[in-house]
Design a protein. Structure first.
Length: 138
């Protein structure tokens, strides 16, 4: 949901804090649940709302803090680890790439580190995907 009172800095700060905490909570849930296939099955219905949150952060106006952007991008990385090929198309969407670019340009070292990590995870998933395509199962 967009922030309704963009001129109310306390409200903007509060909404950013909520979004950052939601990103952290989703990341923890993904990391805990997706170690086994059963956990992944239970998480699949919630992928769309998680992506919705990430897209909200990526397209927020005024632009979100570097810390929130890094948290949302970290969530993308966790989704790539957990779901791989299933989420690569969403992870390479224009909004996510914009978020990644913002983190790379950030003065915040955590944001830069997260952007580099997510880039590596996306490349790993694409290598896996290309390997599966060139070596189909018999």
């Amino acid at each position: 949901m967009p922030i309704q009172f963009q001129n109310d800095y306390d409200m903007v700060d509060y909404a950013e804090g909520l979004r950052e905490n939601c990103c952290s909570a989703f990341a923890g849930i993904l990391q805990a649940m997706c170690k086994e296939e059963r956990g992944k099955q239970l998480m699949r219905p919630y992928l769309a709302p998680i992506w919705h949150l990430i897209i909200q952060v990526a397209t927020a106006r005024p632009a979100c803090s570097d810390q929130l952007c890094a948290s949302a991008l970290g969530l993308v990385g966790d989704m790539l680890i957990a779901f791989g090929v299933e989420v690569i198309q969403a992870a390479e969407s224009e909004q996510v790439l914009s978020l990644m670019s913002k983190c790379r340009r950030s003065k915040n070292s955590k944001a830069k580190t997260v952007a580099n990590w997510v880039t590596r995870e996306a490349a790993r998933v694409k290598r896996t995907m290309n390997g599966q395509q060139s070596h189909p199962a018999a």
